[in-house]
Write a protein that binds this ligand. Sequence first.
Ligand SMILES: Cc1cc2nc3c(=O)[nH]c(=O)nc-3n(C[C@H](O)[C@H](O)[C@H](O)COP(=O)(O)OP(=O)(O)OC[C@H]3O[C@@H](n4cnc5c(N)ncnc54)[C@H](O)[C@@H]3O)c2cc1C
Length: 564
Amino acid sequence: MSATTPIRDQDTRAPAPAMKWWGWGEQDVEFTHEDKPGLAPFIREELGIDITRAGGALPAFGDLSIPEPQLPDALRAALETVADVSTDAHDRVVHGRGKSLRDLVRQRHGELGRLPDAVVRPADEAGVEAVLRAVLDADAVLIPFGGGTSISGSLEPPSGEQRTVISLDLSRLAKVLDVDPVARLARVQAGVLGPDLERQLAERGWTLGHFPDSFTHSTLGGWIATRSSGMQSDRYGDIAELTRAVRVATPSGMLATRPVPATSTGPSVREMVLGSEGRLGVITEATVHVRRLPAERVILGYLFPTWEASLAAMRDIAASEAGPSVTRVSDSYETAFSFATRKHQTVLDRVKSRALRTYLSRRKGFDVGAMCLSFIGYEGTKSHVAAQRKLTGAIVSRHGGVCIGASPGELYDQKKFDTPYIRDFLLDRGTLADVSETAAPWSALQPLYDAVRGAAREAFAALRVQGYVMCHLSHSYHAGACLYFTFAFEPRAGGDPLDQYALVKSAIQQAFVDNGATLSHHHAVGTEHAPWLEADISERGVALLSGMFQTVDPGRNLNPGKIV
Ligand SMILES: Cc1cc2nc3c(=O)[nH]c(=O)nc-3n(C[C@H](O)[C@H](O)[C@H](O)COP(=O)(O)OP(=O)(O)OC[C@H]3O[C@@H](n4cnc5c(N)ncnc54)[C@H](O)[C@@H]3O)c2cc1C
């Protein structure tokens, strides 16, 4: 890279503290309903459950049945010369799976699956190559591990795997290697976690601008290997656009692409690595777009009278020159849930809220039960932000929407990374909550939305459970957008909770592919979404992927069983 700014070599970081083995995030952080007076009544009404009751007890780690690791002496010796090697039981359990609902339910029941036999942490790219060579020589299995936030079963070893399984943890490859301020590109090691990456870039005045909800615990390599998307993708792009070049340790040597802005070199090898979920090799480094930290950043809240009006407004905003960084709108069901999670309000807040409702229903003709809450974000210079707001405001008004100011948006911005903890809180109380997300052309979004809601309701009815499904639109593009569904229900006593969950999840996924949408916009394929791959990319598409994996990894040593 030319005109680079070298970045101070940092000490090799100690591995980040592991997430809970049974749930999301840090050990001492958990969700509470107690400061949100509307939540318990809302959930009692919508799901028929009482969240004020105490949560059930989790198994103690010491009571888990953890098989002894099968690590042959020769492989252990080869690995120990090139990396830190751990066979610690907690380490193996944390590295055995990601954080999908199925993962968490099974962990909580003490069903740990096929654990890796060792967790290996090389210090640099040469170490990754050496670990890969040692694993191949021993005909073992290697599963790259970033932050462990996979939500699609991308990390779990196949249940019947007889060979030794090595989890390759990339946490020691966590440096921003350099920033080219002219090209606005940064070379970054793949194991860096979101906050550490943004801190290192911000010290130089730069940002990647990639903020998935799992940002705090996921890594650059994981984002690339799953084709991740962050909340500000409307401005910065998804990780697929942000990633200009990759370096990958493959079974037959290093694969490296050039950080050129565009190229005509046949089918894109860079694109083949994007979303490869560890099946082609280990991503050690990427060159990514960086931008100057914006002078101004604001997220405004808006209310729309209906979901149909919201979709039309988002489509018009995407087609306009406004270019906001975030466009997100919740349907009326998610809006009701958001209002129910509001914290205790002051008297003044309550007065303002009543006045707003009166204004919306009497003056604007809103049916308050149908209204949809939206957040739209703007970034850039003061004048650019002002121009974006003006253009967007005009489109919002044209569709009957109303701006409700910056405070709801600020609250959302501050709290967004806390949301994942809710799922554990509900699981503690026997309620299953999960997500399914997709993308489709603008013209398909309304029928898709109706079909998914219908499919979920039918699944709840078949199970004879009271279920809730809600949705938001986020990540807008020229041709369409992502719809993100969240569903929850208390499974029937006596039945297997995961069978009941599979019925609802499958109904939703099937509705996606039956209605012109993709199996996932940004959660990858893994094992959980693999049954819908053929419907999505055709039989020939699956054959093409299988051929590629077979050629690169004939021994099926790299994360076997994922994607196809
Ligand atoms: C609560 C929650 C919220 C989420 N929100 C979002 C969101 O907003 N946007 C989004 O895009 N996703 C989201 N996800 C999904 C998940 O965070 C992403 O898939 C993320 O990109 C995974 O990154 P990771 O570092 O945790 O990878 P891991 O989970 O460790 O690994 C995922 C896959 O990538 C492979 N892999 C990891 N690192 C490498 C590497 N260096 N080389 C080769 N292969 C590698 C693994 O083998 C595995 O197949 C969410 C998940 C949860 C649980």
